[in-house]
Design a binder for this molecule. Sequence first.
Ligand code: FDA
Length: 506
Amino acid sequence: LPSLASSSSDFLRCLSTNVPSELLLTPGSPSFKPLLVSSIRNAKFVAPATARPPLCILTPTKASHIQAAVRCGRRHGVRLRVRSGGHDNEGLSYLSQRPEVFAVVDLAKLHTVRVDPREATAWVGSGTTLGELYYAVGKAAPGLAFPAGVCPTVGVGGLFTGGGQGLLMRKYGLSADNILDATIVDADGNLLQGKKAMGDDLFWAIRGGGGGSFGIVLSWKVRLVPVPPRVTFFNVTKTMEQGAVDAVTKWQTVAPALPDDLTVRVVVQQRQANFQSLYLGNCSGVVATLRDRFPELGVKYGDCREMSWLQYTAYLYFGDASNKIPLEVLLLNRTMTIGPFVKNKSDYVNKALTNNTWHNIFTWPLGGAAHGELILEPHGGRMAKIADAETPFPHRSGVLYNIQYVQFWNGTTAAGTNSIIMPNWINTMYDYMAPFVTKNPRAAYSNYRDLDFGVNKVVGGVSTYDSGKVWGERYFGANFRRLAMTKRKVDPADYFRNEQIVPPLL
Ligand code: FDA
């Protein structure tokens, strides 16, 4: 390989002859830093001590720009990190923990959504945010929806490649379960238009096998799903004094067994539980169902609000008591301010926890200025009917619910070091939970990426299967092997590489 400096300048020269100069920003440009931080959601990754800037950021507007980036990158030894919405929990779409030269391909400009209401499908650019997708579908095709995540700023590219869970998943499965086709630029810079061109294994792998491993997905054809003109939302909070511990204990077995039209998720924080719902029907339906199945929750007509599915997507995230949320909030994309420092972890639960365990969780000391919460997403319904190997996402039959642990704090780095000072709630809570969650391996959701599980070792220029297996089987179970075999087929030289990509099984 040529020296690092010469390969970097050769790469930039190669790229600038193939893409318009206004789409290529280097650190010398005043727009570089604002663009780099534009979709960073976690203040941890803006702190100067931890952010390793890329050589450049490319903001492609068409496939040929991405093909050029791959071809120039391979020729001159510069790797690419692809970013859609920038929500990666470990910042892997725009920073590297390794001292390697890399460029960011930021897909924010590929955010076209073309809805076909008659066919009930849509083509969606990978740089589209969920808010933009929901807005486009809800406006063009009232009565249709798409099952995806809660936060409107999450990018389609990362969410779909890792699965995509949300409040429609008990009825219709994950986002990845509703992908009909895609276009991708592969590790040789070829544009593969459609699943026939990419073959069964690659089309299977990109629907839940984790972002960044197999190529750069440009766009997705998705199946839109029917929803009634009005859906129902409620948000009921119970404190410990009001029976929160008993209610969550019961929720564990009730929620996964409710009719598919009704999803009740829970956010546990500060000694209270917040039950949030989506019901594909009217208020009287949800009140009647819960009076019968979960009377302890005490949901009444006054707790419910009926609205269109599109209004619901805005309300769930931005909602306040006034219920006057303009739908355009969904289009507020990358300009939102950066929040606090955040650390996430996840688990799957197959067997309900006891009342005593929940009591301990509710009363767990937080310490300092940190703030911690558990988000419980019920499975069951359609999720339980899809075979584990149908997509790379294996957490299907038998799963009661997913737990996401989130810790927020106003962080800083330790004086004179690069280490982030991290309050310890999340690690002690995660250790405490070990006996009560899945084991061998302890499973986790790949979209809640967690480098604590391990990072790949690179030997002879290629990430090793054995190092990947350590974290990979937690996310993908037995599907990890097929993913690694697919990686070998489509990218044996391991060009698309980060600390946690699927390694090739050589
Ligand atoms: P980002 O751009 O950082 O990409 C994530 C990974 O995918 C990176 O490895 C990246 O290289 C790769 N990638 C991105 N685009 C690609 C493309 N076009 N082709 C190939 N690889 C690509 N999850 C969920 O299921 N339901 C939810 O409700 C939420 N909610 C949520 C809220 C908030 C505030 C955060 C921070 C995260 C979530 N998530 C979530 C998790 C989310 O699904 C996960 O972080 C996704 O990877 C984010 O996708 P982005 O495109 O935004 O991230």
